[in-house]
Ligand binder design. Structure first.
Ligand SMILES: Cc1cc2nc3c(=O)[nH]c(=O)nc-3n(C[C@H](O)[C@H](O)[C@H](O)COP(=O)(O)O)c2cc1C
Length: 318
């Protein structure tokens, strides 16, 4: 089984990925959060910095593009190829209301004939292998057979299926039956994505699809950095290693040039997922959420660990 850390904009930037890979090896591959090129294929320097090879040494990283037009996709993919990347991922899953109406992300699934034209163009000219990360449809997984017919026309190196439609955002129950049907009918290798928060969740997917080759997890691995180790049969997360990870992560963001406020925002976002392992955290989490400086934040984190309420089996539940 191949394990993939999902892209998470605002959470899995390069300082996070590097430290995670060092302290919690277990993910074979990391997908970078999306790059969104403008009409001429350019994206913000800060976003490109996230995928520079020198910032991702030792990681198997796949950059991702969020784009609905072939030309900017191809310009940016040539730039990525020049950096040494061999694979680029197409985002066909982002459900955001600011993205979908522009026929990007899951919005690519709105018009299947346009999707076909887009894929025909990028597969003819892209200098790299292309993988796709998709949802099952816009308003219903019943849309997927027609979508898959299009995907099947192209040599997609890996088709990651987030087993929800766009309407389900991150809340609806993943549709395992629709996913299993897609695995049967896909000509390309398929990766499962959606609500893998604990080994029992993976077991439930494997019960339906025993020969599944790869699995991607996002929020579960943000909530519990040892998730991939546990999915491989290893031990549960310990409080000491989590504490070490968090303090080193703070230093890693600062060393990478993130401002104090930028670092604080990213750490708070991560705690949105991690706090589930601290049931009964009470006032400490309020203090953490209200922290205006890293020193306030550190006081709140120390109080959380001193509170003896760490419970690694209290997994994130979506
Ligand atoms: C905060 C956040 C940021 C995300 N950023 C991206 C992204 O940049 N690209 C992408 O393809 N998916 C993105 N996703 C979706 C995840 O990669 C993943 O498909 C989704 O969370 C379902 O998997 P999970 O249940 O394991 O979290 C994001 C999700 C969240 C919650």
């Amino acid at each position: 089984m191949r394990f993939i850390f999902a892209p998470m904009e605002g959470v899995t930037a390069f300082p996070f990925r590097r430290l995670h890979a060092e302290l919690f090896p277990g993910a074979d591959t990391y997908y970078a959060p999306f790059l969104a090129p403008d009409g001429s294929g350019r994206c913000r320097a800060g976003r490109l910095r996230d995928i520079l090879p020198e910032n991702n040494q030792g990681l198997q990283l796949i950059p991702q593009i969020l784009c609905g037009k072939a030309e900017p996709f191809l310009i940016l993919s040539r730039e990525l190829a020049a950096m040494g990347y061999r694979e680029v991922n197409l985002n066909a899953g982002c459900p955001s209301a600011t993205v979908v109406p522009k026929h990007k992300g899951a919005g690519l699934l709105l018009d299947l004939s346009a999707l076909d034209d887009f894929l025909a163009e990028v597969f003819s000219h892209c200098p790299m292998e292309i993988s796709v990360k998709t949802r099952l449809g816009i308003t219903s997984p019943a849309e997927f057979p027609a979508i898959l017919e299009i995907y099947n026309k192209y040599p997609i190196v890996e088709l990651t299926i987030h087993a929800r439609d766009r309407a389900g955002m991150y809340r609806s129950q993943p549709d395992l039956a629709a996913f299993a049907a897609a695995v049967q009918c896909s000509r390309n290798p398929v990766c499962y994505n959606g609500n893998i928060f604990a080994p029992s969740d993976l077991a439930a997917v494997q019960a339906q699809i025993p020969d599944l080759g790869s699995v991607m997890a996002g929020r579960g691995a943000a909530a519990n950095p040892a998730l991939f180790r546990q999915l491989r049969g290893g031990p549960a997360l310990e409080a000491g290693e989590l504490r070490d990870f968090l303090f080193r992560l703070e230093s890693a963001y600062l060393a990478a040039g993130y401002s104090e406020q930028g670092t604080l925002a990213r750490l708070k976002e991560l705690w949105y997922y991690m706090i589930h392992m601290f049931p009964e955290s009470g006032r400490s989490i309020n203090r953490l959420n209200k922290a205006q400086s890293l020193s306030d934040y550190e006081i709140a984190v120390r109080a959380l660990f001193a509170g003896n309420c760490f419970s690694p089996s209290a997994a994130f539940v979506g």
